[in-house]
Design a binder for this molecule. Sequence first.
Ligand code: ATP
Ligand code: MG
Length: 229
Amino acid sequence: MNARAATRDQGHTPLLAWMGGTFDPVHIGHLRAALEAARALDVTVRLMPAQVPPHRPQPLASAAQRLCMLQLAVAHTVELQVDARELSRSGQSFSVDTLLELRAELGDVQPLALIVGADAFAGLPTWSRWLRLFELAHIVVLNRPGAATPADWSAELRAQVEWRRCVNPLELCGTAAGKVFSLAITPLAISATAVRDSFALGETPHWLIPPEVLAYIENEGLYQNVGAT
Ligand code: ATP
Ligand code: MG
């Protein structure tokens, strides 16, 4: 019996999961990570581009271009979808506001998960109303090469994880929110920064991004003539 069938069998509601990001551009690291999470949790993962990402320089590609690249990237992968809801909100795209919006739509009982890479998770205490995030969703943390390890986390983050950690993904379907689950995925040292830098150096980042996304970038003239970051 797979995780979703086991969940139904126990009378639990299947999990819904989102992975936010800047996706400037989407790359194989995002896609493989999201696919492995989708399979491990037996969910469809919704990739959700931020309109105005907090805490970082603004993207080089427009929101419409980043959305288009995501749609091209997931077109042939049934486990992955794109959710453009943050693009219809003006101002900074705070995850807590998105989760509040999802709760208003889906109610208080539906189990929700926010999937983040380990680098993003280490910075969680800097996110807007970060403790509220745990009241609204579970957090699934994916390993990422070069990211901070638990030993590097702030004491306040460690304290939260200590009592929220769960080891069986089925537990994520038993409650609406509040657990932290670490999922081991194939480590891929790929970043959008490296992809943008590759373009800036006049190289073509073959096999770091899907060929459809590369063709779109070339057609749009994106990431050209920009100094390496
Ligand atoms: P940038 O270099 O511009 O910051 P990025 O590659 O980190 O780009 P983001 O859009 O910032 O991509 O990341 C969105 C989410 O995907 C974050 O939670 C991030 O941790 C996760 N992520 C990105 N790349 C990987 C990867 N290679 N492995 C695991 N998680 C990843
Ligand atoms: Mg990043």
